[in-house]
Structure formats: C-alpha cells, structure tokens
Design a binder for this molecule. Structure first.
Ligand SMILES: *Cc1c(COP(=O)(O)O)cnc(C)c1O
Length: 456
C-alpha cells in the first residue's frame, strides 16, 4: 500500500493547474508557492492524524480558497441589517458623499495638508479644522482633531494634568467599552485619579472638598453606554465650571459622542452637546468624530485657546495625529453642520431621522424582493456606539423563515453571503432592519437573503 503522503501533489504539479495559472496572473510566483506550501503542510498534518489525502481537484480548490482569504482586502464591505446605526464592530458611521469625495481626493494626489499656499511654506494641518470647529461650536476659541477620542483624552490629560490629581465622580469613572476605562486612561496619561462621591450621587461640594494643591483638573465624563436611574445626582456643568474658576483649576468634559444636533427632535432623549459644554464655560470638551457626529474615526477637542495650544504643542500630539484622508472626511462632515444639511446628507442622521412610514415602505419593498418566507414585524432600532443607551426608534423589520434550519444557521449563511449580511435574531427569527441598510444595498441584500434561504 502506498503512503497517503505520496498522494499529495508536488508544488510544480499544482502550479500547472488552470485555476492556479489564473491566480498566477494576479499574484507573484513566490506568493503562490508560499500558499501552496502552507496548504501542503496543513494536509500533511491532517494525514498524520489519520485523515485521507485530498484529490488534486480538492487540493486546488483549497489553495484558491486560501488565496481568496489571504489576499482579500480588509475591511470588506458588509450590509448592516442589524438596526444598530453606529455599530462599533461594523465601523460606526458611514460617511456622507461629500466626505467620501473629499477623502478620495486627499488619497489620490498631493494636498496642502501642511503647506501654506499663499506663503509657499510650511503650514498647519490643524488650521482649517480649527476654523470650522469654531464656526460649528459658537464660543469655542480653538479646536484640534486627533486620531480618536481615546487618544484626545490621553493627550489632554497628559498636557494639562501630568503628575497631578484629576478629580472624577465615582459614578463617572467608567469603562466605555472596548477596554476604554477612565481610570486606566488617566493612569497612562501620567495623571492621578481621585474619585469623589458615590456611584449614584455626587455633589459639587464633593469635588470642592477633594481639591488640594496637587489638583490638576476637574473631569466630567458622559457615562455613554450605561445609565444610572433612580436616586441620582450630579452637579450641573455650570456648577463645576464656577468651582474650577474660583479655585483656578481647569474643567474638562469627555462627551463621548460629539452630538452636534439636538436628539430630542427625533423623539430620543437629549444627548449632551459640545455646544452646551462650551456655553457653560468648560475649558476643554472632548468627543469622537465617528459616533453621532457621523464622520470618520477622529477625536476632537475644543475650548479655551491657550489650553488647546498646550495640547497641540505636546509631543504626544504628533503620535496621535490624524491622517490626511480622515482629516479631509472630517472637515467635509463638519461643513454639513455649517451649511445646515447634516440631517439630509450625513447617513447616520438620515437613518435616525427616517420617518416610520419610509422605513415601512423599504421593509415592504425588501419583503417583496425576497418573496415567500419573509414577513413584516414591528421592532426597534438603536443608536449604538454607546450613544443614548436604552433609547430606541420604532422600526419595521423583515423576519425570515429559516425553513427548519434554525435562526443561528440562517444568520451564519447570511454572513457568508457576497457581500456578507449581518442581521439580528429576535424571538428565534432572523430579522433585517431596513433603517441601517443604505439605499443602494437593497438589491444585494434581497439576493443574499434569497440565497441564504435556499432559494438561489
Ligand atoms: C466612545 C467614548 C470614548 C472613546 O472614543 P473613541 O473615539 O472611540 O476613541 C471616550 N469617552 C466616552 C465618554 C465615550 O463614549
């Protein structure tokens, strides 16, 4: 009996197969040989564990699959049918057409990123975003944008309070998700956390009592992704500001979301806004670019000019600076607020503002395109990214009949689609929420759903 190891093809033999010859047109010989060797290695160890040797066809198929996985771009487009508008795992906010155009232009060629065209000399990458932030947030003396809000906080605390104590309410020394814990960020920045009050109630007198000669800042944190309900109390921003003024201590506010529009107009609870913090006299307000602001990943700091400049000049600023494509997308996104067309042009606001009859029309269209096995049910969409926890928007969902396969199996087949579709399971059924599906994705969504339901 010949050894099953001997049934494995040689590298040369595999390279001659038509499917591999096709691959060789797109990828280098070395890359392909590496991939074939990896597959051979895997097969050898399978055989050593008692597995059978594959046929040549199977082997070639496996190499092609390996190539598809290894050389596919990342991240891949997926259709978000979860109804979670700012889904952190799916990349948060989709960009507006203007932001995409702007980022593509910055990517394509050279730009005046750090070049002053009038003077013909080096310029600042922050000057433009500073000017737009001052327009969008009245009263902000200056603003800068960095890599994300976590790094903005790190930079802010390092620049303002290194080696000093930062006073935070015990109810706000929280973990935001994804391992962003206020106490740890403080520790990393070189500042020392001093917690005051209790989880549910903290008074301005608690902050006042904790102030010493070592105090570097008072920090207010918006507890984005959880809510303490019932017997709660926290000082108004204005109270903290006047305490800070009295004692000569900077007051910082981590807002999380960067919500520049009042969410009450969409039937949601009120999400704190940077405009309100600045109006209350906060020294520095910190927020994300890709949560309710609806732009690219970024961290934004606005406030008193002298303090913003301290951040801009700090050595960490260079380490957390924003790249040209994100900066282009961010300024284009902020311009929507200047022009007053944010709700119309920024996809996440459009999704939040989508009237229920429109959601229902889209759900009906989707149900029709999928055909038998799909039906309409009522449900709820959520905001996501830790913004407005517990708040929901009424929606219409398309529930899919798994035809005996089970909801988990159907959801897995949807994720395996081209493009992958991520739905949600509700009452043991896979449901698709049209609110978070971009209009030009509807056809693909219906096709992938039909295929996953075994209707080709
Ligand atoms: C989300 C959030 C952060 C982190 O922001 P990123 O832009 O994701 O880094 C920090 N603080 C609060 C309160 C948040 O909600």
């Amino acid at each position: 009996m010949t050894s099953p190891f001997r049934a494995l093809p040689s590298v040369e033999r595999v390279l001659e197969q038509p499917a591999i010859v096709d691959l060789a047109r797109a990828y280098s010989h070395e890359a392909l040989v590496g991939l074939i060797r990896e597959e051979l290695q895997g097969r050898r160890s399978a055989i050593a564990h008692g597995g059978p040797a594959p046929t040549l066809e199977r082997f070639v198929e496996s190499v092609c699959m390996r190539a598809a996985q290894a050389w596919e771009g990342f991240p891949r487009r997926v259709i978000n049918a979860t109804g979670v508008i700012l889904h952190t795992n799916l990349g948060r906010a989709p960009l507006s057409a203007a932001a995409i155009h702007s980022a593509a232009q910055a990517a394509q060629g050279y730009t005046n990123l750090e070049y002053d065209l009038e003077q013909g000399e080096r310029g600042s990458r922050q000057a433009h975003v500073d000017a737009i932030l001052r327009q969008v947030i009245p009263g902000a003396e200056a603003g800068i944008a960095v890599n994300n809000n976590a790094s903005a906080m790190m930079l802010g605390l390092a620049a303002i309070a290194v080696g000093k104590e930062v006073i935070v309410s015990r109810g706000e020394a929280v973990e935001i998700g994804g391992g962003f814990r206020i106490p740890e960020v403080l520790a990393q920045s070189g500042a020392k956390l001093v917690e005051v009050g209790t989880t549910n109630r903290t008074y301005v007198s608690d902050y006042a009592a904790a102030i010493t000669e070592h105090t570097g800042a008072l920090l207010k944190v918006h507890a984005s992704n959880f809510r303490v309900v019932g017997f709660t109390s926290a000082p108004a921003t204005e109270e903290l500001v006047s305490l800070g003024r009295e004692r000569g201590i900077p007051v910082l506010h981590d807002l999380g979301s960067g919500c520049l529009l009042d969410t009450v107009q969409f039937g949601l609870a009120h999400e704190p806004m940077p405009q309100e913090s600045i109006a209350a006299g906060i020294d520095l307000a910190f927020f994300s670019g890709d949560k309710l602001l609806g732009g690219p990943q970024a961290g934004i700091v606005v406030g008193k000019r002298e303090m913003v400049q301290r951040l801009a000049r700090h050595p960490l600023a260079r380490a957390v600076r924003l790249d040209k494509c994100s900066l282009a997308a961010l300024t284009a996104t902020l311009l929507h607020y200047v022009k007053g067309d944010a709700v119309r042009d920024i996809p996440s606001w459009r999704m939040i503002a989508m009237p229920l009859p429109e959601v229902r029309r889209r759900a009906l269209r989707l149900r029709r395109a999928i055909g038998p096995g799909a039906r309409l049910v009522q449900g709820k969409s959520t905001i996501g990214a830790g913004s407005l926890p517990g708040e929901t928007l009424p929606t219409w969902l398309v529930a899919l009949d798994a035809a005996g396969a089970g909801a988990d199996a159907l959801a897995a087949r949807l994720r395996d689609g081209r493009p992958p579709v991520v739905g949600r399971i509700q009452d043991d059924r896979v449901v698709l929420d049209p609110r978070t599906v971009l209009p030009d994705e509807e056809r693909d969504l219906a096709r992938v759903a039909r295929e996953a339901m075994g209707k080709g």
